[in-house]
Ligand binder design. Structure first.
Ligand code: PBG
Length: 327
């Protein structure tokens, strides 16, 4: 008998064998495209730290949303960039605010052919850049912020959004949003809870994308990157408060969290491959240091393998297109 008698390489010999035994396959419908719309723009404007991503005008957003749907993405997550900000982030609650009008634009364009989602947070709208209202001592006032989130949820649902994404990491935010939506007759508007969201430096380029005014950081409300069990508690609370789906964010540096969350709850689990994750790969690829497409697909496969059923990624449209040609 020859040695070795067990040869795992047998199943790796040809592309056909490898395809046959592939355990994880990313499908276009699992990918969600985050998109930015800026008030007052007439042309889309590139975001320097996110090559290939744009701040859209209302008009270019509609068109880009249609192309993303044609590429096969499963959903779109909208972020608004207002021209004026104030301490209470009132433009986020205003039905005429940029995010709310953009929701209505996109929904009227794509209807039910995709899932339209919106970021439910005040940081894009506040002059201080924090995710909530500030108390006199400068800290974020949890309970006052909840009231603003409730009104914002109703404004977004009234604009026609299919799913809201509360992302501010305030205690009780999912419950308050659920109750506000139900009371206003929006029982069918779903909640994608940013359940385990870390105070991450990987959000850097996003701050450029929304022209965030934040000085300092969000460590008093987002989670400490050192903690895993805390995420499980956050996720369980959000599910108990009525989250329809839960999200872990960022994705790649937190795959252990994705996996643990997947094991803990039975609602769909999403992961957000955030701006810094995307920017790192784009920067390395622009230097010729990595193969861009292969790294893109490898990251998306890894996030799914860890347990994410859905992935938010700035590559969603491109990756969906690529994956479709491979099916
Ligand atoms: C909050 C929000 C942020 C991101 C998504 N929603 C920023 C933050 O919490 O600081 C980051 C997304 C990314 O980095 O791609 N509105």
């Amino acid at each position: 008998m020859s040695y070795p008698d067990i040869r795992p390489r047998r199943l790796r010999r040809t592309a056909a064998l490898r395809r046959l035994v592939e355990e994880t396959r990313v499908a276009p419908a699992e990918l969600i495209l985050p998109m930015f719309v800026k008030e007052g723009l007439t042309e889309p404007r590139p975001i320097a730290s996110l090559p290939g991503v744009f701040q859209h005008s209302r008009d270019s957003l509609r068109k880009a949303a249609v192309s993303a749907v044609q590429a096969g993405v499963g959903g779109i997550m909208l972020f608004g960039v207002p021209t004026t900000r104030d301490p209470s982030g009132s433009a986020g609650l205003d039905p005429a605010g940029i995010l709310n009008v953009a929701i209505a634009d996109v929904v009227s364009e794509v209807g039910d052919s995709t899932v339209v989602m919106s970021d439910l947070c005040l940081d894009e709208f506040t002059s201080h850049g924090h995710c909530g209202l500030l108390a006199a001592d400068g800290t974020v006032d949890n309970d006052a912020t909840l009231e603003a989130y409730a009104a914002m949820a109703v404004a977004q649902a009234s604009a026609g959004v299919h799913m809201v994404g509360p992302s501010g990491m305030m205690d009780g935010q999912v419950g308050v949003v659920r109750r506000a939506l139900d009371a206003a007759g929006f029982q069918d508007t779903a909640i994608l809870a940013y359940a385990a969201k870390y105070a991450s430096a990987f959000f850097g380029p996003f701050r450029d994308a929304v022209e965030s005014a934040l000085e300092g950081d969000r460590r008093a409300y987002q989670q400490d990157p050192a903690n895993l069990r805390e995420s499980l508690r956050e996720v369980e609370l959000d599910v108990a408060e009525g989250a329809d789906l839960v999200m872990v964010k960022p994705a790649l540096p937190y795959l252990d969290v994705v996996s643990a969350v997947r094991d803990r709850v039975d609602v769909p689990v999403a992961a957000y491959q955030v701006s810094g994750e995307y920017a790192m790969v784009e920067a390395a690829a622009a230097n010729g240091w990595v193969d861009r497409e292969r790294v893109m697909l490898e990251t998306l496969t890894s996030i799914k393998r860890a347990g994410a059923q859905l992935t938010l990624t700035y590559w969603a449209a491109e990756a969906a297109q690529l994956l479709r040609t491979r099916l």
